[in-house]
Design a protein. Sequence first.
Length: 275
Amino acid sequence: MDQKDSSSAKLSKRRTVTTLRKMKQDKEKIVMLTAYDSSFGRVLDEQGVDVILIGDSLGMVIQGHPTTIPVTVDDMIYHTRAVSAVAQTALVLADLPFMSYTSSEMALRNCARLMQESDAQMVKLEGGAPQVATVKQLTHHGVPVCAHLGLQPQSVHKLGGYRVQGRDDAVAKQMQADALALQDAGADMILLECVPEVLATAITQAVEVPVIGIGAGRGCDGQVLVLHDMLGLTPRAPRFSQNFMQEGRTIQQAIRAYVEAVKLGNFPADAHCFV
């Protein structure tokens, strides 16, 4: 098989925005997990993870910072490139880090770098209504976008800490409006973090694009966790996570157990949800 045929075969197996939307329509749960290097990227891909997120969470679990804020675009390119090199079937999603998309023009420049230099297939940015114009500009230029609502780690200092978002009626209504506006602007996926289960379910049912939850309950179209949390490597894992390394599993078995738990609807459970 020549290089062109090999590339075509790889693309034919790849999860895309189209296949993810069909999974939502077919009510097949979407499995997302973070990875930051080729070793774990390969394992996630082999164990059936649908979307690999190279999150700016690397600032905390890889670099040792207390927040994601110090992460740079160069950091994201380096780690995304390592995962993209081995991912055969999973869609590769990369975060736009703090202050890298303060204008549509800046967002375009940094997305071009992420997609050209690291082979990311989708980018994720945080924010609601203020990001609608940027999302519209990115999608107009062919950039697939995942919009991140709820708890937004890049705004942790503004939010006053890592807290559940959307318990207040006004905030909940605004989040629902933001989700619809971002979808209409062209977002291909929405991620909800630390949101009451009832609100997350309502948003999932209201939009046509897939909704991925992390601490957002069982009504979302899929789930994501930070790899180090679900492998029990984080000293103080968040409540919405689960240690899948228990019961003497290998890393491969733990990741497969997570994939199966999400697909079967066994994760998250009551203990991982917020009201």
